[in-house]
Design a protein around this ligand. Structure first.
Ligand code: UDP
Length: 238
């Protein structure tokens, strides 16, 4: 029988919160995600969420249009905090105790990121939402997920993707014959340049031997399947 993980990092990209829209936050979608997180929490699985911001702002895209990259990235980090607060609100409404910890200090809206405190919250059964990525420009929330997972000693990163149900050898939307991997190593992921996470995030996972499960977030039950050890999507490493 499959064994549930004890402590997981769930990476939710900004677009996972947007539902079918390109931008913004779709509350019914957030509620479906939150229900899955509640299920994990009720099963005694410790859940930390790293939330992205691409549904609101992407630093690199603004930089391509001439904006200073660091400023654009700080804006992106603030966008992740907006998403983090939305997630917190919906989770709490469903009766799940949460804390938002931000890598950029914003005392009125979130706790500062303090590793030992985050672990304590998790041990008490609270869901911890990590906002503001790593707190540094030129990084991504995928890297934040890898970093936080290493810091809090999570066993796995659950990486929900919108519109794709695992890792393929080519973009399945453009190449109908693309092959989906059941498993592959971190090294293969990096070597083949597969578009799952950026190389910085992937190599951090490789160095720290953190497996990543990539699955379709459009079906929120997949979060529960992945966290309980059922086969879903693609497993990288582990
Ligand atoms: N960002 C950053 N440093 C970090 C994490 C995020 O500068 O450690 C900025 C970056 O501009 C990025 C934006 O925040 O484009 C939103 O994050 P990301 O693109 O990773 O979100 P996702 O694609 O997961 O929605």
């Amino acid at each position: 029988m499959a064994t549930p993980y004890r402590r997981v990092v769930l990476k939710l990209s900004g677009e996972a919160l947007a539902g079918n829209a390109e931008f913004g936050i779709d509350l019914p979608t957030v509620e479906r995600l939150a229900q899955a997180v509640r299920t994990l929490s009720q099963m005694g699985i410790q859940v930390a969420i790293v939330v992205g911001g691409g549904n609101i702002w992407r630093g690199s895209q603004a930089a391509e249009r001439g904006m200073d990259r660091s400023t654009a990235d700080y804006m992106g980090m603030l966008a992740t905090t907006i998403n983090g607060l939305a997630l917190q609100e919906v989770l709490e409404r469903l009766g799940v105790a949460t804390r938002v910890q931000s890598a950029i200090e914003m005392r009125q809206v979130a706790e500062p990121y303090i590793r030992r405190r985050a672990i304590r919250h998790l041990e008490k059964g609270r869901v911890v939402i990590f906002a503001a990525g790593t707190g540094n420009p030129f990084f991504s929330t995928d890297t934040a997920a890898a970093l936080r997972a290493a810091e809090i000693e999570a066993e796995v990163i659950l990486m929900g993707k919108r519109g794709v149900d695992g890792v393929y050898d080519a973009d399945p939307r453009k190449h109908p014959g693309a092959h989906r991997f059941e498993r592959l190593t971190h090294f293969e992921l990096i070597q083949r340049g597969l578009d799952v996470m950026d190389p910085t995030a992937a190599s951090l996972c490789m160095e720290n031997r953190i497996p990543i499960i990539v699955f379709d977030i459009g079906e929120p039950d997949n979060i529960v399947r992945a966290a309980t050890g059922e086969r879903v999507g693609t497993t990288v490493g582990g």
